[in-house]
Every structure is written in structure tokens, then in C-alpha cells.
Write a protein that binds this ligand. Structure first.
Ligand code: CP
Ligand code: NVA
Length: 305
């Protein structure tokens, strides 16, 4: 990987993404071989939002590579309030070898990367969730034995996860259809960037409204919560708007027979996905969660070795 940081999937070429997957598969198959790969190195984990998977996978991942992690909670750092992003970067670069950050405004990770001399990893912002997309396409590659030429339909809110799925799909030749209610489309400039990137791989990136049309011929049906972290006040109002976008047995039956179901988790069962879908044999959500560990170990190794 040429980039110094991992802020967006768009920072990587198709070749670099595929090489990262290949390394992740090796790490998954032979954990012991990499047990000293990042010996003695420390990763700081800055969380301004809650997490199960991101915290666990980075924490366990760096330990499996022989390193250490340091969890810094919202109460401890209070980025931009107790101390500026610049000063946090300048302090941490003296003591740790990389920083993973989960925050609200995307500009914070950009600023952190600008000021810090050590690698910065985007662990989710309001704009994107690149680590998730890496684990997701690694999972799709495992399940479908290929990537190029597949179709993924993301049903629901045009959010951070949707953006990163479009960016990575464009690089990998996976067509991505976003089916969302009017007013909840992905950021238009993100969509345009993905459409531009997709020209090189032949993927089709589109945003439509009809979920049934969206999942037609889909190899992968993907959904996420209707209200993301930070949008809790809108959650009730969104329930009504998003109800036609619920991924249930009826909607899944319109996709390809062998389609897999994916969700970044946490899931709100009974809202964006029903139990019958998330607990069905088509669901790969826990493989997807596990692959956060393997994909991020490969990313950390490339940035911190
Ligand atoms: N998918 C994901 O990022 O989960 P967490 O919010 O639990 O980290
Ligand atoms: N879109 C969700 C993803 C959680 C992993 C959120 O930002 O809350």
C-alpha cells in the first residue's frame, strides 16, 4: 500500500485492494505466522461513538500481530473541546505508532492525518466506513469466489456504509445499486466520484428508489440501520419513511436464488431486516463481522510495519 493513511477506499488502487485481501486471507489461514509482525508497536484507538466490532477487531487484531492497543474513550479525549485535533496528533505521534479514529465529522480524520506524522486509520465517520467495506468485499470474495461482474444492492439509507460500498465496488468491478427513499440518497459528490472510478472497471453505480427493482439479479443484498449514530433524534420519524425498504423474505426472494445477505451490524431486527432473513442460511453477517479482524490486520500491517 503506497498511502500513508487509510482514510478512504479511494486512496487505494484496485491492485492494492486485492493485495490487501490476499494478505488478509493469509493472516486468517495462518495466524501464528504473523504473531510478531508488529511486535512492540502500539495503536491508539480514539472513539467518539460507541462500538462493538471496530473496537474488538482492532484491539484483538493488533495483539495477534504482537502489538498493543490503547483505548481512548470520548470522555478521555473530547477531541476539539478539551484539546485541538492538532495537539492530540502531536502528542500521540510521540508515543504510539498509529491512530485509529471513529468520530463524527469526516474533516476530523483528514485534519488528524494532516497533522500527525504517523498513519491514521478511519474507523468510521459520518461520511464513510472504509474498514467495513474492506471486510465486506473480502467476505463477498470468499463466498462468491470472485468479485468482478457481481451485483450488490444496498437497500436503505444512503449513509457512510453506502458510500464506502460504492467506492470499493467501483474499484473492484462490482456493480452497486443503492435503493433508498427520496431525500435519503448518498452524498451526490460521493456518487459521482464512484461513477467516475467505475469507468476503469466497468462496474455500474446507480441510485434508485425501488427496492424490488434494486435487488433484481443481485448477488448480494445489503442493509444498515435507518438512523445512524448521531441521528437518534430522527429514529422514530425515519421508521415510517423506511418501512418499504425493510429486507424481509419477500424482498430477498426477488434477488438471485443464491444471493447472500449482508449487514455491517449492529442490526435493528424487525426494522431494516427481519429475523427470518438475518438468521437464514443466506445471511453471512457474522462471517462479515469476523472478517473485520482479518481485513484490518492486513491494513495495520501494511501501514505500520
Ligand atoms: N460494523 C461496525 O462498525 O460495528 P461497531 O459499530 O460495533 O464497531
Ligand atoms: N451507519 C451506521 C454504521 C454503524 C457501524 C452508523 O454510522 O451508525
Amino acid at each position: 500500500m503506497k498511502a500513508h493513511d487509510f482514510l478512504s477506499v479511494r486512496d487505494m488502487s484496485t491492485k492494492e485492494i486485492l493485495e490487501t485481501f490476499s494478505l488478509a486471507r493469509k493472516m486468517k489461514a495462518n495466524r501464528r505466522k504473523f504473531a510478531k509482525a508488529l511486535q512492540g508497536k502500539t495503536l491508539a484507538l480514539i472513539f467518539e461513538k460507541p462500538s462493538l466490532r471496530t473496537r474488538t477487531s482492532f484491539d484483538v487484531g493488533i495483539q495477534q500481530l504482537g502489538g498493543f492497543s490503547l483505548y481512548l474513550s470520548p470522555a478521555e479525549i473530547s477531541l476539539g473541546k478539551r484539546e485541538s485535533v492538532h495537539d492530540v496528533a502531536k502528542n500521540l505521534e510521540r508515543m504510539v505508532q498509529a491512530i485509529m479514529i471513529r468520530t463524527f465529522a469526516h474533516q476530523i480524520v483528514i485534519d488528524m492525518a494532516k497533522h500527525a506524522s504517523i498513519p491514521i486509520i478511519n474507523g468510521l465517520t459520518d461520511y464513510s466506513h472504509p474498514c467495513q467495506a474492506m471486510a465486506d468485499y473480502l467476505t463477498i470474495q470468499e463466498k462468491k469466489k470472485k468479485l468482478k461482474g457481481l451485483k450488490l444492492c444496498y437497500v436503505g439509507d444512503g449513509n457512510n456504509v453506502a458510500h464506502s460500498l460504492m467506492f470499493a465496488g467501483a474499484r473492484l468491478g462490482v456493480s452497486v445499486t443503492i435503493a433508498c427513499p427520496p431525500g435519503y440518497e448518498p452524498n451526490p459528490s460521493a456518487t459521482q466520484q464512484a461513477i467516475g472510478d467505475a469507468k476503469a472497471t466497468g462496474a455500474r453505480i446507480e441510485v434508485i428508489q425501488d427496492p424490488v427493482e434494486g435487488v433484481r439479479n443481485a448477488d448480494v443484498v445489503y442493509t444498515d440501520v435507518w438512523a445512524s449514530m448521531g441521528q437518534e433524534a430522527e429514529a422514530e420519524a425515519r421508521k415510517k419513511i423506511f418501512l418499504p425498504y425493510q429486507v424481509n423474505g419477500r424482498l430477498m426472494s426477488k434477488a438471485k436464488k443464491d444471493a447472500i445477505f449482508m449487514h455491517c451490524l449492529p442490526a435493528h431486527r424487525g426494522d431494516e431486516v427481519t429475523d427470518e432473513v438475518i438468521d437464514s442460511p443466506q445471511s453471512v453477517v457474522f462471517d462479515e463481522a469476523e472478517n473485520r479482524l482479518h481485513a484490518q490486520k492486513a491494513i495495520m500491517y501494511q501501514l505500520m510495519k
